[in-house]
Design a protein around this ligand. Structure first.
Ligand SMILES: [Zn+2]
Length: 700
């Protein structure tokens, strides 16, 4: 956006009655209001951060792909009969899921067509609130008979409303629509009364597990309005939400079998909340959580921490991340959870909803705490797991991906839900697996763009996650500033920031130093910047003038990480690397409920181990090659901008088992392959692959 337009936007926003608390009010930014703990990083209005380079191409592919035309391709659900448009059809999460990605995409791209697609849903929701404050699909006078594939009831469930709350908050951020504030005040008053009779887990266990999504919007509205009943409501919602803090801190659980029945997914939606039993669960247990509930719930302690800043909430989240990695972790930043948590075998499934929801949780916790570990983890998922789970044209997606995924086909696998989804969990389709992801996947990329930049309470700006982009904001004294971030990150480690203030102005620019960087060099207009970072955050405070350029150079080295059976993953910078396997895509025409899909078959061998010598000294054992082709779209085998060349040996006994890579040979290199010859192998970024080996055995 042109900087001079920012002033107009702020003026317009103030006419529309946007309210902000604290010293940044002039910048149209919502800050935490006492007694909530101050936030170190603040959200910028939706639309002020724009993607450039490959990131813009990614968002344009969403516009031209599934996000832009889901209403055409999935009209039975995302169509006029949807309950969120006043109809008698689907009245649950899928409509709001789509909007949760469509709205930020529309305003980030400033695309009138997409804005027009979202409008009827927003208008219907805002204009059809009941006098009681009830919001959303009209309740049926008589329960309808269930239609397969349509989630018509329970209409009153608290859960799908939580998604719509996030949608309305984003709509307000982009437009300043004052009706959002009034409608949400009425809804939250209704909730405060109604939750005493019908608590979060009354209609479904989902709302109980996902209460933090409700809570964060309650805090946002408190910051906007200062209405004290909202803090009372916040405590009620927290008390009725699954006790994540206790469970995360419980590292001495009862053995799994006697608690397995607590995983309620297959016992119907109505499930009693039994705190005395649930508190004996732990992250390490199989089936302790539904995979998407964990991705959403992991932020619950730190969302509540804003109101009650006690160390145990922080400790609980840190412990949870450590345990998730230890017991279920995969190198792309996710975890084995093909419905319930399913351990750390690299062929277990990772649901696409878990990917985008864990990203959103990390983004939320980053703003609340300023802890840069959350930014590192966010990049690991965004630049590895996220691009790998959709097709390059963003028209098809997998329900489950895996770290070691050597075949995508319709077949029985070791996933928890093996027959329930017609064995279509890992093919690429529209309705394969389960269609929640078809609707929920859209929030991933736009919200990442929205989290590249944050305002800081001292009228500065912070780049916490990197990617080609530009940001427009008002610095100290309301001076409009535009910063363009030029980079091919994460495929290169150099980033140039072109700073353009409307007139010279002093303010701080803060830059994150990633945990993987072995060195960081910063120059301002070719002068070295010698101040050192605090907690990996570098502060460049000076008077900025038009034409200033900041150049950031990170040093990245090839490194390895260890996983189950002592296997090894290869990493460099924010990227995890995977064996390049040639892909044969086969279109399958299919008339059952799962529709057409693509299978992917390997056209080159995959059963390689890495040489122990390379693993011991990875800087020598893996050679970085930057490919000269500068394809606009990097997330495919053809366009992969970087690769690592190394040597490996095929392990004859490592073969397909149950249509997946068989059990991982333990990496205690024995002599039995010593006479076999080694071969040249190529590793490419995980996000560029749809077939891959990421967790490698090690051989002599
Ligand atoms: Zn899903």
């Amino acid at each position: 956006m042109h900087p001079f337009k920012v002033g107009l936007l702020v003026l317009l926003a103030s006419c529309l009655g946007m309210v902000a608390a604290g010293p940044s009010a002039a910048r149209n930014i919502v800050t935490n209001r006492a007694p909530l703990r101050a936030r170190p990083f603040l959200d910028l209005p939706l639309g002020t951060i724009e993607p450039r380079g490959w990131m813009r191409v990614q968002l344009e592919r969403m516009r031209d792909g599934l996000t832009g035309d889901l209403d055409q391709r999935y009209p039975k659900i995302i169509g006029p009969r949807n309950g969120w448009l006043g109809g008698d059809g689907d009245g649950w999460e899928r409509g709001p899921y789509w909007l949760d990605g469509l709205v930020p995409l529309a305003y980030i791209l400033k695309d009138e067509k997409l804005i027009a697609k979202a409008r009827p849903w927003i208008e219907w929701t805002l204009n059809n609130q009941e006098p009681s404050g009830y919001l959303g699909p009209k309740r049926f006078e008589r329960e309808p008979t269930a239609e397969a594939g349509i989630q018509k009831t329970p209409r009153e469930d608290w859960w799908p409303r939580m998604v719509m709350l996030k949608v309305l908050q984003q709509h307000h951020s982009a437009t300043g629509d004052r009706r959002v504030v009034d409608v949400l005040l009425r809804y939250f008053r209704y909730q405060l009364t109604e939750l005493r009779k019908t608590p979060l887990d009354h209609w479904s266990f989902w709302a109980n597990r996902r209460g933090a999504d409700n809570l964060m919007v309650v805090y946002w509205l408190y910051n906007v309005t200062g209405e004290s009943f909202l803090l009372e409501l916040a405590d009620v919602i927290h008390q009725q939400t699954f006790p994540y803090t206790d469970v995360f801190l419980n590292t001495r659980p009862a053995p799994s079998p006697d608690l397995a029945h607590l995983y309620p997914y297959n016992t119907g939606n109505r499930y009693p909340f039994k705190p005395e039993l649930i508190r004996r669960l732990s992250v390490g247990q199989l089936q302790s959580f539904h995979c998407v509930n964990l991705a959403q719930g992991i932020k619950a302690p730190l969302v509540y921490y804003q109101q009650h800043p006690e160390a145990r909430y922080f400790d609980a989240v840190k412990q949870a991340f450590a345990d998730v990695k230890k017991f279920h972790g995969q190198p792309q930043g996710m975890y084995g959870g093909d419905e319930p948590m399913h351990g750390n075998d690299p062929t277990q499934g990772v649901e696409l909803c878990s990917v985008v929801e864990l990203m959103f949780s990390l983004e939320t916790m980053l703003g609340i705490t300023g802890d840069l570990d959350f930014a590192d983890h966010l990049e690991r998922i965004a630049f590895n797991a996220l691009p790998a789970q959709t097709t390059e044209d963003y028209r098809h997606r997998q329900y489950f991906q895996s770290a070691n995924q050597v075949l995508c086909s319709r077949a029985r696998r070791n996933f928890y839900e093996e027959d329930y989804h017609g064995n279509t969990d890992n093919v690429f389709g529209l309705l394969t697996g389960y269609p929640c992801c078809t609707c929920n996947m859209h929030q991933g990329w736009p919200k990442l763009v929205q989290n590249l930049w944050h305002a800081t309470p001292d009228d500065g700006i912070a780049a916490l996650v990197y990617g080609p982009s530009e940001v427009s904001f008002n610095a100290a004294g309301n001076v409009p500033v535009r910063i363009v971030e030029e980079t091919r990150y994460p495929f290169e480690e150099t980033i140039r920031f072109l700073v353009t203030p409307q007139k010279p102005v002093e303010f701080p620019i803060r830059l994150r130093i990633p945990a993987w960087a072995t060195a960081a060099r910063v120059r301002v207009n070719d002068q070295e910047w010698s101040n050192s970072p605090t907690n990996r955050l570098l502060t460049l405070k000076r008077t900025w003038k038009e034409g200033d350029v900041v150049t950031l150079d990170f040093t990245a080295e090839v490194r390895t990480s260890r996983w189950v059976e002592n296997s090894v993953a290869v990493e460099r910078g924010p990227l995890v690397y995977a064996l390049r396997i040639e892909e044969d895509w086969r279109h399958v025409k299919n008339s059952d409920q799962y529709g057409d899909y693509y299978e992917v078959y390997p056209q080159s061998p995959w059963n390689y181990g890495l040489l122990e010598s390379a693993v011991k000294t990875p800087t020598n054992g893996f050679k970085l090659v930057r490919r000269s082709n500068d394809a606009a779209y990097p997330w495919g085998l053809k366009g992969a901008p970087v690769e690592l060349r190394a040597q490996g040996k095929r392990i004859p006994e490592w073969q397909l088992y149950n249509h997946r890579a068989g059990p991982l040979p333990h990496s205690r290199p024995s002599q039995h392959l010593q006479r076999e010859r080694s071969e040249d192998i190529v590793l490419v970024p995980h996000g560029c692959t749809r077939l891959r080996v990421t967790e490698f055995p090690v051989v002599k």
